[in-house]
Design a protein around this ligand. Structure first.
Ligand code: ATP
Length: 646
């Protein structure tokens, strides 16, 4: 059954992981809030002193020592206010920076230890955005929103309390504030409508940009003569966005002006009432000045508090997205890599036999191995997997979201998959080369992934050189098994660094030896900087076959007990293939080799061929024998020779 459902907002289940990271820095945050409170109260105390100065002058008409002290006190309070605000800023940005760094590191830890299938569902751009703009979007909560709330609430509460102490009737004037806020909220409804439209248009822009500023998208548009059309489409949306932005800004300005008008009315009312109270001899002149100043001073914090609404929503969305990553994965615990289970052997433990050559255990032993792919929902992350519909925070409008933005709907594939591997028993001896063949979907790549320890089987046991793979940590597993995928990854780094990624202690002589074995020594010699030449994404590019040979050389440097190759020679011409095959004996010594073959031409020389069908081993033997027997291998052989002829 396949259902489509909208995921509940992660906030609904709390932000357990994010909160834990924030709590680690709570001491620094407490200091910053304490400074905020001091910074908020100091200007109010200044005004209190001003009242005493004015009243002293009005009553005594002399400037005595007391006034001098009061002026000095105002100066001191001014300094306390300024430097407390400074300290609050420095401490809160420092603490927020530390929290963001922790969030990024925890997300990276989580994202690099997700089940291997996760990476087939993920959009690289979305991951980068989650690690950078979402993390920094969350930062505003700690550097802008909370500090403004703390200082704003302090100022408002203290001002209202002082005004009420002078004359409680004056507090009536503050009724204008909720009225003004109600009006502002109404204007916001209009703003939010406009923002909602901008959001949709922005999504369209983002999607057009992501689609057509990519190689595949550009080829698609050019092939169909649609480049101009896509440019016009983008321009139309960009203009629409500009119109919406202007309308939003106008609505925001109107609401701001209305709010300002309310405070002008409050100030005038306070002045009128104050004059009346002075005439009635209920309050002093100094108190009237103080009241007017306090009420005016309320405008900024109330406005700032209102203005935190949108940054708060943006940060909230960003925090939910960070939480979604941290809570993802089978354990939901970002600190525990799935590969590290209690009781697993660690790299520091001495290796009893190591991947050693003298170990009598077979290179690979699989007993009763069953594996079923889990439902996508169990390893996907909202907005990262199946994305395309999730915007990065950087694309969100700067002001105004109506709070209705929810994590996007993710198609949940709850369907029960069939067993991809259904009871595999397989042993590969030391120095033996076993090729695995089978029709598309037979389970070859799944078998390779399980033998390489990238995926843990549901049932059964996988041992490499006598060590159970699931009991080993990543380092020990990596020492024992070398896996060479069909499209090996070459780092954007020098040839030397690429090779030493497998064995940082390898000498240049060892590097040149393995390069020679895979027929890459001439190429490296021709590069400007030899082993120091940068290859990979930029700089010198390697062909598919050269990448594979580099990966084989890299794997050989580990001296593994088991080598798992996914169609290792797919990109090679016949003579290079023969040379590499010969070199593999020299390179891997008595390591067992499990070779996944999608082309039958590459398997003839294998010591044994294993034929998979529907996740089971249906035939096994040498090519010469299997080719004579009626069975699946002969069918595959016949269809592949027909393909070759056609
Ligand atoms: N990530 C996945 N989620 C669910 N099912 C999967 C996934 N990957 C593979 N499968 C299924 O598992 C079965 C075995 O797939 P596998 O990739 O191992 O086959 P294969 O023999 O390597 O095929 P090919 O030669 O086409 O690469 C297939 O039915 C496939 O549809």
């Amino acid at each position: 059954m396949t259902t489509t459902e909208t995921s509940p907002p992660p906030a609904a289940t709390g932000r357990r992981h994010v909160d834990r990271l924030v709590r680690a820095h709570r001491g620094r945050f407490a200091w910053s809030y304490a400074f905020q409170v001091v910074g908020g109260v100091a200007p109010l105390l200044q005004v209190l002193l001003l009242r005493s100065v004015v009243d002293g002058l009005v009553e005594e008409r002399t400037v005595g020592t007391q006034v001098a002290w009061q002026v000095a006190g105002m100066f001191a309070l001014g300094l306390v206010g300024v430097w407390a605000a400074y300290a609050a800023k420095v401490v809160s940005t420092g603490a927020a920076g530390a929290v963001i760094a922790d969030m990024q590191s925890s997300m990276f830890r989580r994202l690099t230890t997700m089940p291997i299938h996760f990476y087939t569902t993920v959009r690289p751009g979305a991951v980068v955005s989650r690690l950078t703009s979402d993390a920094h979007g969350a930062e505003a909560m700690y550097t802008s929103v909370y500090p403004v709330v703390v200082s704003g609430v302090t100022t408002i509460v203290a001002s209202v309390a002082i005004v009420a102490v002078i004359d409680p009737r004056l507090v009536v004037l503050l009724v204008v504030i909720p009225v003004a806020i109600a009006y502002v909220r109404k204007a916001e409804a209009r703003i939010n409508e406009l923002i909602g439209k901008s959001f949709d248009v922005t999504k369209e822009l983002a999607s057009t940009a992501e689609t057509f500023v990519s190689r595949d998208g550009a080829v698609l548009a050019r092939q169909h003569g649609r480049t101009r059309h896509e440019q016009a489409h983008f321009e139309e949306h960009a203009r629409e966005l500009a119109v919406l932005s202007a309308a939003t800004a106008k609505a925001a300005a109107t609401s701001g002006a209305s709010y300002g008008t309310a405070f002008v009315a409050i100030t005038a009312g306070a002045l009128g009432m104050g004059v009346w109270l002075v005439a009635e001899q209920n309050v002093t002149v100094g108190s009237v000045i103080l009241i007017v100043l306090y009420l005016q001073q309320l405008q900024a914090p109330v406005q700032s508090l209102l203005n935190t609404r949108y940054p708060r929503m943006r940060s909230s969305i960003a925090l939910d997205r960070v939480e979604a990553v941290l809570a993802a994965g089978p354990t939901g615990d970002e600190d525990a890599a799935p590969s590290t289970r209690p009781g697993t052997a660690t790299a520091a433990e001495p290796s009893p036999a190591g991947p050693g050559r003298d170990d009598p255990a077979p290179a690979l032993l699989m007993r009763g191995v069953r594996y079923r792919y889990p439902a996508v929902a169990s390893y996907s992350i909202d907005g990262l997997s199946h994305a395309g519909d999730a915007l990065s925070i950087a694309w969100l409008p700067l002001t105004g979201l109506d709070g209705n933005i929810r994590p996007v709907a993710v198609a949940r594939d709850e369907s029960e998959h069939a067993n991809a591997l259904d009871g595999i028993d397989l042993a590969i001896g030391r120095g033996e080369v076993v090729a695995v063949v089978g029709s598309s979907g037979a389970g070859k790549s799944t078998l390779a992934g399980i033998a390489a320890g990238l995926v843990d089987c549901d049932e059964g046991v996988v041992e490499v050189a006598g060590r159970t793979l699931r009991d080993l940590d990543e380092d020990r597993r990596a020492q024992l098994v070398a896996y060479i995928p069909q499209e090996p990854y070459v780092l954007h780094a020098s040839v030397r660094d690429n090779l030493r990624y497998a064995n940082p202690d390898a000498t240049d002589a060892e590097l040149l030896d393995v390069l020679r074995a895979v027929a890459l020594d001439d190429l490296v010699r021709q590069l400007d900087d030899g082993l120091d030449s940068v290859i990979g994404e930029k700089g010198h590019r390697l062909s598919g076959g050269e990448r594979q040979r580099l990966a084989i050389a890299r794997a050989a440097l580990k001296r593994p007990a088991l080598v798992v190759l996914d169609e290792p020679t797919a990109h090679l011409d016949t003579s290079t293939e023969a040379r590499v095959r010969a070199a593999m004996g020299e390179l891997f010594g008595d390591a067992g080799v499990l070779m996944i073959a999608h082309r039958l031409s590459t398997v003839r020389h294998a010591d044994r061929i294993v034929v998979l069908e529907g996740g089971r081993v249906v035939q096994a033997g040498r090519h010469e024998v299997l080719a004579q027997e009626p069975g699946r291998y002969r069918v595959l052989l016949e269809s592949s020779s027909q393909d070759a002829l056609s």
